[in-house]
Design a protein around this ligand. Structure first.
Ligand code: IMP
Ligand code: MG
Length: 186
């Protein structure tokens, strides 16, 4: 892990992987596709906190259909390892029955978190349930899960920034960095 400073003063943590500009360009494309797919529908966008807070706030601005928003607070990670146990710290306030739900997640790694959230939400009988994840760490998948909208496919490394944390730090960085070369190493 290392810090450096760019000319102009912006602090770079770790190794820069996606710049703020690259992120915004891709979100523009995702927003356009989602708007097209849900045309004529009213949707409920659910952000999974804390990780998705930044992605959520950027993508809502680019989705051009009527929507409500809600949030779930869930966690599964201790340090850099997924525990496979998902804790719901705060549930939704909205009733999702018969609604078109789009889940907004920061990253899918093993898939365990999203899979259990998905099952919990499906039992509440939404009209439809789709998933949009900013990052997809495919090589680490343990459960088969369909992700309808993916920002970027990424390798098996540990990333921080743009909402993603290491022990609750670095969520505020406007870019994505590689924090550790391996998900397994501490
Ligand atoms: P999964 O249950 O293994 O798919 O884990 C998903 C959750 O683990 C995400 O919502 C993140 O909170 C966290 N996570 C997985 N990979 C990373 C990473 O590279 N950086 C930061 N958090 C991660
Ligand atoms: Mg998360």
């Amino acid at each position: 892990m290392f810090y450096s400073t760019r000319p102009g003063g912006a602090m770079i943590v770790g190794k820069l992987f996606l710049t703020a500009e690259q992120i915004q360009t891709r979100i523009g494309e995702l927003g356009a596709k989602i708007s097209e797919d849900y045309e004529g529908k009213d949707i409920l966008l659910i952000g999974i906190l804390k990780g998705a807070f930044m992605f959520f706030s950027d993508i809502v601005k680019l989705i051009q259909v009527p929507m409500d928003i809600d949030f779930l607070i869930a966690s599964s990670y201790v340090r850099t390892q997924s525990t496979g146990e998902v804790k719901i710290h705060a549930d939704l306030r909205e009733d999702i029955k018969d609604r078109h739900v789009l889940l907004i997640e920061d990253i899918v790694d093993t898939g365990l978190t999203l899979n259990s959230i998905r099952e919990m939400l499906l039992s509440r009988k939404p009209a439809s349930l789709k998933i949009c994840s900013f990052l997809d760490k495919k090589p680490r998948r343990k459960v088969d899960i369909d992700i309808d909208y993916v920002g970027f496919e990424i390798p098996d490394k540990f990333f921080v920034g743009y909402g993603l944390d290491y022990e609750n730090k670095f969520r505020n960085l406007p870019y994505i960095s590689i924090f550790k070369e391996s998900t397994y190493a501490d």
